[in-house]
Design a protein around this ligand. Sequence first.
Ligand SMILES: [Fe+2]
Length: 296
Amino acid sequence: MSPVLDPVVRNEWFAVSAASRLQPGEHLFTRLLDRDIAVWRDATGGVHAADKAAWESRSDGECRAMDRYGYLWVTLGEPQRKFFELPEFGQPGRRAIDCGTFGVKTSGLRIIENFLDMAHFPYVHTDILGKEPRTEVREYKVETRTDIGEILATECTFWQPKAAASASDGMLVEYTYRVVGPFAAILYKSNPLHAGERDVIALYVQPLSETECKARMSLLLFDDQYNDGELIGFQQTIFGQDKPILENQVPKLIPLEPRSEMPTRADAMSIAYRRWLREGGLRYGVQKSAPASGAV
Ligand SMILES: [Fe+2]
């Protein structure tokens, strides 16, 4: 039997497929939050989703679905806030590239937290996103925007040997991170070829269960040097380095108790993220606290 969902996760939107994967009249089956669902396009291209059993028996059970920013999004509940803005999608000259789907056996919240962490670059993405001895994470600003349900980290800088497929030399890269939902985050970073423009890397996580996910990475960038395959290959290399680290983290469910994992200054983003999850009341993918000793 599927676990009972907390209201926060039930009312979230999740990217469950690249939009290009479904043509009018086609359907696919996938899993979301321990539920089997069907997603389909009608003859006019409209997107729909429903519980798989309901779809098979042609009975009622449709949930909300939409096509946005190159992906098909589904929610099992009633979203409580406006869907996030992404003005770079569709911006003239900017290419939108879906880097594919990565299966990862851990909590989706761990995947987002890892995406927000710069400290691991020199050790996990050695010679690409970081290199010893330049391991310092300089101070940056973190702001939790409760009005729009986002966390923003600005003025993040990190020295990277090869910041992008198009980078030929090491450079000090400036990052801005946006957490736009518990399971979705967007990174903006300096473009090595186009001064003043920032590459956008979005990470959308689809939790199949509390400890099993599909992660999708979307690039929105100005790059006239490399073809899609080369850019996808670069991101797949990076994610391939993160995957075993993520899958070996114990416990798989993220602990949200304030003192559960020792914070350092470099973890300011992670601390804000965990606090935001805790205060929002999310339970799915979160380690359930052990009963106090002596409790019956
Ligand atoms: Fe990483």
